[in-house]
Design a binder for this molecule. Structure first.
Ligand code: ADP
Ligand code: MG
Length: 320
């Protein structure tokens, strides 16, 4: 928890009120809107603006020079999916400081990819990075698995770990699993990742499996769409912040819906519309092929061509 009394015009009483309202640290305040802070008793509009501005400075938010961005991008590392073909279309693997979305129908392999990523994080061969970054990533890396569908299976992790010659229990120890029963819990768990990091855990992988299922069941009908999209947008912003600030790989899985109005193009699309589409840097569509084969299609990437790759899901896990 940050010492909020460092902010202008914030004494112990206001600090306490801010904390009660959930604004426990500078980052939460820096990313709040003036309207949100004025909801708190005793904070005027003018005071809110000052507090937010000061918090932003403390968090180094705001413009960055091109060189700073370049330095930050130099820290990017990649996590292998287990399939060389799939890594290749992603430009080398799952990239840190980005969100990668896997969308597809039931059984297309989204959850399997998420499990494999947790295992691969413990495997030095699967981390692609410069020496110094690799050292930082491999310093007891932890994965966070936010499970909204109840499909996390420790047995499967053990099976995949043993296939790579790793100790299954050791891999499991490094995965924090949280079962989210609704979208509020899901968002709260994502926010709490920062607490884990502050406690000293080297969280390098964050998984939301699935991103949209809770939202889909809670916000039904046209009338709820705007509210749903707003909340989903905040969730994605939070995930992007985690990815950027802590150099994490973030994976979200997504369901698909039929496009009944599709005259051209695919007959299915990922849920969440533009909000999800714009927040995810890498978007992959998965579909089943013959037997254990799956086809992954990368689309809408800002800097990579659309491409397809074939991989397999077997008892060993994800591979070519
Ligand atoms: P979803 O996209 O719905 O999350 P999953 O990732 O759960 O789909 O994929 C389920 C598929 O993965 C199963 O249909 C099966 O083909 C394969 N699979 C799951 N576990 C194993 C295993 N232990 N051995 C081989 N294949 C498996
Ligand atoms: Mg699944």
């Amino acid at each position: 928890m940050d010492d909020l009394t460092q902010l202008p015009g914030v004494g112990p009483t206001t600090a306490e009120k801010l904390k009660e309202a959930g604004y426990t640290d500078f980052m939460k305040i820096a990313t709040a809107s003036i309207g949100e802070l004025t909801d708190i008793e005793g904070i005027s509009e003018k005071a809110a603006a000052k507090i937010i501005e000061a918090a932003r400075k403390l968090c180094n938010l705001g413009f960055k020079s091109g060189n700073e961005i370049l330095t930050q991008r130099k820290n990017i590392w990649k996590l292998s999916t287990g399939s060389k073909n799939l890594d290749e279309i992603l430009g080398g693997g799952l990239e840190s400081q980005s969100i990668t979305e896997f969308a597809g129908m039931f059984g297309s392999g989204k959850t399997q990819i998420a499990h494999q990523a947790c295992v691969n994080l413990q495997c030095p061969d699967k981390i692609i990075a410069d020496d110094s970054i690799k050292e930082e990533v491999l310093n007891e890396p932890k994965a966070v698995y936010i499970d909204t569908e109840g499909t996390f299976r420790p047995e499967r992790i053990i099976q995949m770990a043993e296939a790579l010659g790793l100790d299954g229990q050791d891999v499991l120890k490094n995965i924090f699993v949280a079962r989210a029963y609704n979208s509020d819990m899901q968002m709260l768990y994502a926010e709490n990742v920062e607490n884990l990091i502050r406690e000293g855990h080297n969280v390098k992988l964050v998984i939301i499996d699935s991103l949209t299922s809770t939202f889909r069941t809670e916000y039904v009908g046209r009338g709820k769409l705007a509210e749903r999209q707003q909340k989903l947008g905040r969730h994605m912003a939070m995930l992007n912040k985690l990815a950027d600030l802590y150099n994490c790989v973030v994976i979200v899985t997504n369901q698909v819906a039929a496009r009944p109005d599709a005259l051209f193009g695919p007959s299915e699309q990922a849920i969440g519309g533009h909000i999800v589409g714009h927040a995810a840097t890498f978007r992959i569509f998965l579909r089943k092929a013959k037997g254990d084969k799956r086809v992954a299609k990368l689309y809408d990437s800002p800097h990579l061509p659309d491409a397809e790759a074939m991989f397999r899901i077997t008892e060993k896990g994800i591979h070519d």
